[in-house]
Each structure stands twice: as structure tokens, then as C-alpha cells.
Design a protein around this ligand. Structure first.
Ligand code: 4NP
Length: 161
């Protein structure tokens, strides 16, 4: 059976996309869909390859019960376009980096994560903002946005399973 595969992409793969990876995986597991949906994350920048998520990211996630210490940063690779059904960008810069790599025959969905946002309080928010150079509340806001859009994305995937 074909598993639906989802790749979350940000810049460094140490803040936003590992958060999405851990949150979405936890929702998939909670619904018993681990056998149907495969989740991964990657970055378009190479500064943190092999690194664990940023400590501020893992601390904020742990406060909500998400574990991500097992994740390690990696770069997006050309083969990802062969493997992943959904390639989900956190912001416009990530999306344009991905569009520069996309093969003409890519059959999957490539777009912004917050296209799947459901909560009207975030209706003006198009992107998951980069929290790296900001304060702690930026990491909490990433989690708020990621939890909301993950629920929307999972609903969409379940409707097509
Ligand atoms: P991320 O955040 O893209 O959400 O992982 C960043 C992490 C590192 C850097 C930028 C953004 N950096 O410039 O090193």
C-alpha cells in the first residue's frame, strides 16, 4: 500500500519544520494513521545539517508534550520530489527555493503550510514566521500556527485516504 508522504520545509530545519514534523507526527499517531502517512522535514539552508533542533524550539514543544530530540537537520534533496506527495513550505522564501528545484513532472502538492490553516484568528497570517532571531514568544506562536495548520492538513489527507 502506498503511504501518503509529507515533507515539511523551512530554512534551517532546526525550528519551524521540526516543530511541524513532531506535531503532525503526533496527530498522525494519535489517530492510528502511522501505517498510512509518512512524515519528514528538511531545510533549504545548509548551516545546521546534522544538528538537533534548536533548544528553544524543543523546550517550547516539550511544554505541549511534543518530543523532537531524535530529529536531525538535513537539506532538501532532488529525490524528495520523487518521494513526497506533499512538500509543505513555512514561508515564501522556502517556497521559492523549492520552486527553483522542482522537476517539471512533480505530481504532488507544493505550497504554503498555512494554506491549511483552519482557525479564523489566523486568517491574515500567510506564513509561519522565522523565530530564530526573536524572543521566546516567537517559538510559542510557531507552535500555535503549526498545530492549527497540521489539523487542516491531516483532515485533507484523511479525506483522500
Ligand atoms: P528555521 O529557523 O528555518 O525555522 O529552522 C532558522 C534556523 C537557523 C537560521 C535561520 C532560520 N540560521 O540563519 O542559521
Amino acid at each position: 500500500m502506498h503511504k501518503v508522504s509529507v515533507l515539511f520545509v523551512c530554512l534551517g530545519n532546526i525550528c519551524r519544520s521540526p516543530t511541524a514534523h513532531a506535531v503532525f507526527q503526533s496527530m498522525v499517531d494519535a489517530e492510528g494513521l502511522g501505517g498510512h502517512i509518512m512524515v519528514d522535514s528538511a531545510g533549504t539552508g545548509d548551516w545546521h545539517i546534522g544538528h538537533a533542533p534548536d533548544k528553544r524550539t524543543s523546550a517550547a514543544a516539550a511544554e505541549r508534550g511534543y518530543q523532537m530530540h531524535h530529529l536531525r537537520a538535513r537539506l532538501v534533496e532532488p529525490q524528495d520530489f520523487e518521494q513526497f506527495d506533499y512538500i509543505v513550505a513555512m514561508d515564501h522564501e522556502n517556497l521559492s527555493n523549492l520552486k527553483a528545484m522542482i522537476p517539471p513532472n512533480y505530481q504532488g502538492w507544493l505550497g504554503l503550510f498555512l494554506d491549511y490553516s483552519c482557525d479564523p484568528q489566523y486568517s491574515d497570517q500567510q506564513v509561519v514566521p522565522d523565530p530564530y532571531y526573536g524572543g521566546e514568544q516567537g517559538f510559542t506562536f510557531v507552535l500555535d500556527l503549526v498545530e492549527d495548520a497540521s489539523a487542516g492538513l491531516l483532515r485533507q489527507i484523511k479525506a483522500n485516504l
